[in-house]
Design a protein around this ligand. Structure first.
Ligand code: AMP
Length: 249
Protein backbone atom coordinates (compact mmCIF):
# COMPACT_ATOMS: atom_id res chain seq x y z
CA UNK A 1 0.00 0.00 0.00
CA UNK A 2 1.14 3.49 -0.89
CA UNK A 3 0.69 6.39 1.56
CA UNK A 4 0.43 9.96 0.26
CA UNK A 5 1.43 12.74 2.65
CA UNK A 6 0.66 16.36 1.73
CA UNK A 7 3.14 18.74 3.39
CA UNK A 8 2.84 22.53 3.53
CA UNK A 9 5.65 25.07 3.66
CA UNK A 10 4.73 27.68 6.29
CA UNK A 11 6.36 30.45 8.33
CA UNK A 12 8.46 28.73 11.02
CA UNK A 13 6.60 28.39 14.32
CA UNK A 14 9.32 30.34 16.17
CA UNK A 15 8.89 33.45 13.99
CA UNK A 16 6.68 36.25 15.27
CA UNK A 17 5.04 37.56 12.13
CA UNK A 18 4.23 41.23 11.58
CA UNK A 19 1.06 42.54 10.01
CA UNK A 20 1.70 44.66 6.89
CA UNK A 21 1.09 48.40 7.40
CA UNK A 22 -1.89 48.31 5.01
CA UNK A 23 -3.49 45.40 6.97
CA UNK A 24 -3.66 43.30 3.79
CA UNK A 25 -1.82 40.32 5.32
CA UNK A 26 1.37 39.39 7.15
CA UNK A 27 4.86 40.23 5.95
CA UNK A 28 6.71 37.04 5.03
CA UNK A 29 9.61 38.64 3.14
CA UNK A 30 12.93 37.22 4.43
CA UNK A 31 11.18 35.17 7.09
CA UNK A 32 12.32 31.63 7.98
CA UNK A 33 10.03 29.01 6.42
CA UNK A 34 9.68 25.38 7.57
CA UNK A 35 7.48 22.35 7.21
CA UNK A 36 4.14 22.74 9.00
CA UNK A 37 4.62 20.83 12.32
CA UNK A 38 1.45 18.73 11.85
CA UNK A 39 2.75 17.67 8.40
CA UNK A 40 6.02 16.55 10.00
CA UNK A 41 3.94 14.33 12.32
CA UNK A 42 2.09 12.99 9.24
CA UNK A 43 5.36 12.09 7.47
CA UNK A 44 6.71 10.44 10.62
CA UNK A 45 3.53 8.35 10.99
CA UNK A 46 3.61 7.24 7.35
CA UNK A 47 7.30 6.27 7.63
CA UNK A 48 6.58 4.29 10.83
CA UNK A 49 3.74 2.43 9.05
CA UNK A 50 6.14 1.56 6.21
CA UNK A 51 8.80 0.45 8.71
CA UNK A 52 6.19 -1.82 10.40
CA UNK A 53 5.34 -3.36 7.02
CA UNK A 54 1.83 -1.84 6.81
CA UNK A 55 2.84 0.29 3.79
CA UNK A 56 5.27 -0.13 0.92
CA UNK A 57 5.88 3.45 -0.23
CA UNK A 58 5.55 6.96 1.20
CA UNK A 59 5.06 9.81 -1.28
CA UNK A 60 5.22 13.42 -0.08
CA UNK A 61 3.42 16.13 -2.06
CA UNK A 62 3.47 19.89 -1.67
CA UNK A 63 1.63 22.61 -3.57
CA UNK A 64 3.11 26.09 -3.84
CA UNK A 65 6.17 28.02 -4.93
CA UNK A 66 9.41 26.41 -6.19
CA UNK A 67 10.97 26.73 -2.70
CA UNK A 68 8.54 24.03 -1.47
CA UNK A 69 11.19 21.69 -2.89
CA UNK A 70 13.15 22.30 0.35
CA UNK A 71 10.15 21.15 2.39
CA UNK A 72 9.88 18.04 0.21
CA UNK A 73 13.62 17.28 0.57
CA UNK A 74 13.10 17.56 4.33
CA UNK A 75 10.18 15.09 4.12
CA UNK A 76 12.42 12.70 2.19
CA UNK A 77 15.20 13.13 4.78
CA UNK A 78 12.69 12.02 7.46
CA UNK A 79 11.99 8.96 5.29
CA UNK A 80 9.54 9.63 2.42
CA UNK A 81 10.58 7.61 -0.65
CA UNK A 82 9.83 10.23 -3.29
CA UNK A 83 8.07 13.55 -3.71
CA UNK A 84 5.85 15.59 -6.02
CA UNK A 85 5.84 19.38 -6.23
CA UNK A 86 2.71 20.99 -7.66
CA UNK A 87 4.33 24.25 -8.61
CA UNK A 88 2.39 27.52 -8.67
CA UNK A 89 2.91 31.13 -7.58
CA UNK A 90 -0.82 31.58 -6.94
CA UNK A 91 -1.68 31.86 -3.24
CA UNK A 92 -3.55 28.62 -2.64
CA UNK A 93 -6.68 28.27 -0.56
CA UNK A 94 -7.75 24.92 1.01
CA UNK A 95 -10.35 24.07 -1.69
CA UNK A 96 -7.76 24.55 -4.45
CA UNK A 97 -5.25 22.40 -2.52
CA UNK A 98 -7.89 19.69 -1.99
CA UNK A 99 -8.68 19.66 -5.73
CA UNK A 100 -4.97 19.42 -6.61
CA UNK A 101 -4.52 16.58 -4.11
CA UNK A 102 -7.55 14.76 -5.54
CA UNK A 103 -5.89 14.86 -8.98
CA UNK A 104 -2.69 13.40 -7.47
CA UNK A 105 -4.70 10.71 -5.61
CA UNK A 106 -6.46 9.75 -8.87
CA UNK A 107 -3.04 9.29 -10.47
CA UNK A 108 -1.13 7.66 -7.60
CA UNK A 109 -3.96 5.55 -6.10
CA UNK A 110 -2.71 5.55 -2.48
CA UNK A 111 -4.47 3.42 0.15
CA UNK A 112 -4.12 6.17 2.74
CA UNK A 113 -3.63 9.94 2.72
CA UNK A 114 -2.23 11.38 5.97
CA UNK A 115 -2.43 15.18 6.30
CA UNK A 116 -1.78 17.57 9.15
CA UNK A 117 -4.95 18.56 11.01
CA UNK A 118 -4.19 22.20 10.21
CA UNK A 119 -1.57 24.48 8.77
CA UNK A 120 -0.22 26.87 11.41
CA UNK A 121 -0.16 29.85 9.03
CA UNK A 122 -3.86 30.24 8.20
CA UNK A 123 -5.24 27.72 10.76
CA UNK A 124 -7.85 26.65 8.20
CA UNK A 125 -8.27 23.00 9.29
CA UNK A 126 -10.15 22.30 6.03
CA UNK A 127 -7.98 20.54 3.45
CA UNK A 128 -8.23 16.95 4.76
CA UNK A 129 -12.00 17.18 5.20
CA UNK A 130 -12.48 18.73 1.74
CA UNK A 131 -10.29 16.05 0.14
CA UNK A 132 -12.32 13.29 1.85
CA UNK A 133 -15.52 14.86 0.49
CA UNK A 134 -14.13 15.22 -3.06
CA UNK A 135 -12.95 11.59 -3.05
CA UNK A 136 -16.00 10.19 -1.23
CA UNK A 137 -13.63 8.47 1.24
CA UNK A 138 -13.97 7.96 4.98
CA UNK A 139 -11.98 10.25 7.25
CA UNK A 140 -10.54 10.21 10.76
CA UNK A 141 -9.51 13.70 11.85
CA UNK A 142 -7.29 14.68 14.84
CA UNK A 143 -5.68 11.24 15.14
CA UNK A 144 -3.64 10.50 18.27
CA UNK A 145 -3.09 6.79 17.45
CA UNK A 146 -3.16 4.94 14.12
CA UNK A 147 -3.09 1.19 13.48
CA UNK A 148 -3.39 -0.36 10.03
CA UNK A 149 -4.41 -3.98 9.59
CA UNK A 150 -4.90 -5.13 6.01
CA UNK A 151 -7.82 -3.15 4.64
CA UNK A 152 -8.75 -1.42 7.87
CA UNK A 153 -7.35 1.48 9.87
CA UNK A 154 -8.16 1.86 13.57
CA UNK A 155 -7.78 5.46 14.64
CA UNK A 156 -8.00 7.00 18.10
CA UNK A 157 -9.15 10.63 17.99
CA UNK A 158 -8.83 13.37 20.54
CA UNK A 159 -12.31 14.75 21.19
CA UNK A 160 -13.59 17.15 23.88
CA UNK A 161 -14.81 14.42 26.22
CA UNK A 162 -11.72 12.18 25.93
CA UNK A 163 -10.67 9.67 23.29
CA UNK A 164 -12.79 8.16 20.55
CA UNK A 165 -11.65 5.07 18.61
CA UNK A 166 -13.06 4.48 15.15
CA UNK A 167 -12.52 1.89 12.43
CA UNK A 168 -12.14 2.95 8.79
CA UNK A 169 -12.18 1.00 5.56
CA UNK A 170 -9.25 1.90 3.31
CA UNK A 171 -8.70 3.93 1.20
CA UNK A 172 -9.21 6.72 3.72
CA UNK A 173 -8.07 10.12 4.94
CA UNK A 174 -6.38 10.66 8.31
CA UNK A 175 -5.38 14.00 9.81
CA UNK A 176 -2.78 14.17 12.57
CA UNK A 177 -3.04 15.69 16.04
CA UNK A 178 -0.06 16.86 18.09
CA UNK A 179 0.26 13.79 20.32
CA UNK A 180 0.28 11.17 17.51
CA UNK A 181 4.10 10.89 17.56
CA UNK A 182 7.33 12.81 17.99
CA UNK A 183 8.98 13.21 14.59
CA UNK A 184 12.57 12.02 14.33
CA UNK A 185 15.40 14.40 13.48
CA UNK A 186 16.68 14.12 9.94
CA UNK A 187 20.26 12.84 10.22
CA UNK A 188 23.03 14.18 7.98
CA UNK A 189 23.36 10.90 6.01
CA UNK A 190 19.59 10.90 5.44
CA UNK A 191 19.68 14.56 4.35
CA UNK A 192 22.36 13.60 1.82
CA UNK A 193 20.36 10.55 0.65
CA UNK A 194 17.24 12.71 0.26
CA UNK A 195 19.05 14.87 -2.31
CA UNK A 196 19.17 11.89 -4.65
CA UNK A 197 15.53 10.81 -4.24
CA UNK A 198 13.01 11.39 -7.04
CA UNK A 199 11.25 14.77 -6.99
CA UNK A 200 8.70 15.31 -9.79
CA UNK A 201 7.28 18.68 -10.78
CA UNK A 202 3.77 19.25 -12.15
CA UNK A 203 1.73 22.39 -12.75
CA UNK A 204 -1.94 22.82 -11.71
CA UNK A 205 -2.94 23.21 -15.40
CA UNK A 206 -1.44 19.78 -16.19
CA UNK A 207 -3.72 18.36 -13.49
CA UNK A 208 -6.70 20.23 -14.96
CA UNK A 209 -7.29 22.22 -11.77
CA UNK A 210 -8.27 25.91 -11.62
CA UNK A 211 -6.58 27.34 -8.51
CA UNK A 212 -7.97 30.88 -8.74
CA UNK A 213 -8.70 32.10 -5.16
CA UNK A 214 -12.40 32.14 -4.20
CA UNK A 215 -12.04 34.08 -0.96
CA UNK A 216 -10.81 37.64 -0.45
CA UNK A 217 -9.04 38.66 2.75
CA UNK A 218 -10.65 41.90 3.92
CA UNK A 219 -8.35 42.78 6.80
CA UNK A 220 -5.62 41.30 9.03
CA UNK A 221 -5.00 42.85 12.46
CA UNK A 222 -2.52 42.29 15.30
CA UNK A 223 -4.09 40.91 18.50
CA UNK A 224 -4.81 43.73 21.00
CA UNK A 225 -1.85 44.50 23.27
CA UNK A 226 -2.28 43.13 26.81
CA UNK A 227 -2.62 45.75 29.54
CA UNK A 228 -0.47 45.51 32.66
CA UNK A 229 -2.07 43.99 35.79
CA UNK A 230 -2.81 45.78 39.07
CA UNK A 231 -2.87 44.61 42.69
CA UNK A 232 -6.20 45.17 44.44
CA UNK A 233 -6.45 45.99 48.14
CA UNK A 234 -9.17 43.51 49.10
CA UNK A 235 -11.88 41.14 47.85
CA UNK A 236 -14.44 43.94 47.64
CA UNK A 237 -12.17 45.90 45.27
CA UNK A 238 -11.63 42.76 43.17
CA UNK A 239 -15.37 42.12 42.88
CA UNK A 240 -15.95 45.77 42.01
CA UNK A 241 -13.37 45.56 39.18
CA UNK A 242 -14.76 42.27 37.87
CA UNK A 243 -18.27 43.78 37.84
CA UNK A 244 -17.62 47.28 36.58
CA UNK A 245 -14.38 47.14 34.55
CA UNK A 246 -14.00 43.59 33.22
CA UNK A 247 -17.81 43.13 33.24
CA UNK A 248 -17.41 39.37 33.71
CA UNK A 249 -19.82 39.05 36.67
P1 AMP B 1 -5.24 23.54 6.30
O1 AMP B 1 -6.56 22.96 5.88
O2 AMP B 1 -4.78 24.66 5.40
O3 AMP B 1 -5.23 23.95 7.77
O4 AMP B 1 -4.12 22.40 6.13
C1 AMP B 1 -4.29 21.09 6.65
C2 AMP B 1 -3.31 20.15 6.00
O5 AMP B 1 -3.54 20.11 4.58
C3 AMP B 1 -1.82 20.49 6.12
O6 AMP B 1 -1.28 20.07 7.35
C4 AMP B 1 -1.24 19.72 4.93
O7 AMP B 1 -1.14 18.33 5.23
C5 AMP B 1 -2.32 19.91 3.87
N1 AMP B 1 -2.03 21.11 3.04
C6 AMP B 1 -2.55 22.36 3.15
N2 AMP B 1 -2.02 23.19 2.23
C7 AMP B 1 -1.12 22.46 1.53
C8 AMP B 1 -0.22 22.72 0.43
N3 AMP B 1 -0.16 23.94 -0.12
N4 AMP B 1 0.54 21.71 -0.03
C9 AMP B 1 0.46 20.47 0.53
N5 AMP B 1 -0.35 20.17 1.55
C10 AMP B 1 -1.13 21.13 2.04
Amino acid sequence: MKILVPVKRVVDYNVKVRVKPDNSGVDIANVKMSMNPFCEIAIEEAVRLREKGAATEVVAVSAGVLQCQETLRNAMAIGADRAILIETDVELQPLAVAKLLKAIVDKEQPGLVILGKQAIDDDANQTGQMLAALLGWGQATFASKVEVNGNTATVTREVDGGLETISLKLPAIITTDLRLNEPRYATLPNIMKAKKKQLDNVKPAELGVDVTPRLTTLKVEEPPKRQGGVKVADVAALIDKLKNEAKVI
